[in-house]
Design a protein around this ligand. Structure first.
Ligand SMILES: Cc1cc2nc3c(=O)[nH]c(=O)nc-3n(C[C@H](O)[C@H](O)[C@H](O)COP(=O)(O)OP(=O)(O)OC[C@H]3O[C@@H](n4cnc5c(N)ncnc54)[C@H](O)[C@@H]3O)c2cc1C
Length: 399
């Protein structure tokens, strides 16, 4: 699957950060992680920190799946607003999913500090509506989030314009949020884990898995890896391993502005912004003082048509930004597209799938892919270490 197109900003900014070898002999290990994006790297980090021997393989060069295209806003808010999700999946599940996403932002910030990783910013999140008619909707959402324990407040047009430059009717402002460079973080996590014994092989595609007495993975170059457990962190390409029905595919688009030459902040607290529209529009800042804008999602048909829409979508995103933040100049420098997977209930799939023994999936589908990857790493580490995890059932395949 062609996961990305155009010029993903992080890949341009950082290039190929580290080289990893290709697997060129048969090997064995206790745990094999398939996928070297942010999900595989986080799981590798958790498992190696827990003393578990691991090999991680990726068919591409490390990080060049969806992760290099990610705009990487870390939010506790799922694609479905909390009060709506509560109706869909029940109050306890929806609330717990939101709380776990909030907790995983803190966990990731701690981990990034421990790794001395600098390309992130802890900030807040601003969920806005441009529609008068959505007052009731926003109030319901505010109440649901307060009940779930989040520190939130409602802001009205004057404050939004004055403090953030934003043209909107209402917004819920939250203290929890973070923006990150997920591509560089993936490399940092792998480099840390390699020091603890992780073996990483890229350009090493798994073409077949045999589940017999021992599980054996076969690479495209016909080498084998014998293992006890497989962690499948193959992102949207997991449809090569399990039935397609678990995920719906979309195309998504993003643009990054030129760096601002002005010293002053573009908007207060560098807060993450996203709106109530469907598909939603979102904005963040980078630590080299650019604005990233994303959205304009469409149902995915194929990579060619996704790519053919890139120029048009980039122009639309720029216009969307200029309407939302009319006082802030935006000169587009990079534009890119990506495939994006959503589940029906906005929750990820994490854990075992009955038809593939000894295999645990870390599939952070949806707009919260990265916070879900943190949750997945924790749950899978607990399963492999034989520790009970009370949240594992929330995201199981047979929920
Ligand atoms: C434009 C865009 C914006 C986004 N914005 C956000 C955001 O703001 N916040 C957020 O949280 N999430 C966001 N996401 C989603 C987020 O980027 C993804 O959830 C995340 O990057 C997925 O990481 P991953 O490691 O699961 O998958 P990937 O990064 O795709 O990694 C999976 C890896 O598995 C490898 N693989 C697949 N099959 C095989 C095989 N058979 N053998 C070996 N290797 C294999 C692939 O080569 C790939 O490198 C965005 C995504 C896109 C595209």
């Amino acid at each position: 699957m062609q996961l990305t197109g155009g010029l993903p900003f992080w890949l341009i900014k950082d290039g190929l950060l580290n080289n990893y070898p290709k697997l060129l002999e048969n090997t064995e290990t206790e745990n094999v992680i398939i996928g070297g994006g942010i999900s595989g790297a986080l799981t590798a980090c958790y498992l190696t920190d827990a003393g578990k021997p691991c090999v991680l393989v990726d068919g591409r060069t490390i990080g060049l799946g969806s992760t290099c295209a990610s705009t990487a806003l870390l939010q506790y808010e799922l694609d479905t607003p909390l009060h709506i999700l509560q109706k869909k999946v029940g109050e306890p599940t929806a609330t717990r999913a939101y709380q776990l996403c909030g907790k995983s932002i803190d966990t990731l910030v701690r981990l990034m500090n421990d790794l001395n990783f600098k390309d992130f910013e802890k900030t807040g999140s601003l969920f806005f509506s441009t529609h008068h008619s959505e007052k009731d909707f926003m109030l319901k959402e505010l109440t649901a989030r307060k009940h779930a324990g989040f520190k939130v407040s409602l802001a009205e047009p004057d404050e939004l314009k004055k403090q953030y430059g934003l043209n909107a009717q209402y917004a819920i402002i939250s203290e929890e949020g973070c923006s990150v460079n997920a591509y560089a973080l993936t490399h940092a996590l792998l480099q840390h884990s390699i020091k603890k014994g992780l073996r990483v092989f890229d350009r090493t595609c798994i073409k077949d898995i045999q589940y017999k007495k021992t599980t054996t993975l076969k690479t495209l170059d016909n080498y084998t890896i014998k293992t006890k457990n497989i962690i499948n962190a193959t992102g949207y390409e997991v449809v090569n391993f399990i039935p397609k029905g678990f995920v719906d595919f979309y195309c998504t688009y993003a643009i990054a502005s030129e760096q601002s030459s002005e010293e002053k902040q573009r908007w207060k607290d560098n807060i993450l912004m996203w709106n109530t529209d469907d598909p939603y529009l979102y904005m963040r800042l980078t630590n080299d003082n650019r604005v990233i804008v994303g959205g304009r999602d469409e149902r995915f048909s194929n990579a060619f048509s996704r790519q053919s829409l890139l120029d048009k979508k980039a122009r639309q995103l720029q216009k969307d930004f200029e309407e939302a933040l009319s006082g802030i100049s935006f000169r587009k420098e990079f534009a890119w597209s990506g495939t994006f997977g959503k589940t029906k209930d906005s929750l990820p799939y994490i854990g075992a799938y009955k038809k593939t023994p000894n295999t645990y999936y870390a599939l952070g589908f949806g707009g919260n892919g990265i916070t879900f990857s943190v949750i997945a790493a924790e749950i899978i580490k607990d399963i492999i270490c034989g520790k009970h995890n009370a949240d594992a059932n929330l995201f199981s395949f047979d929920r």
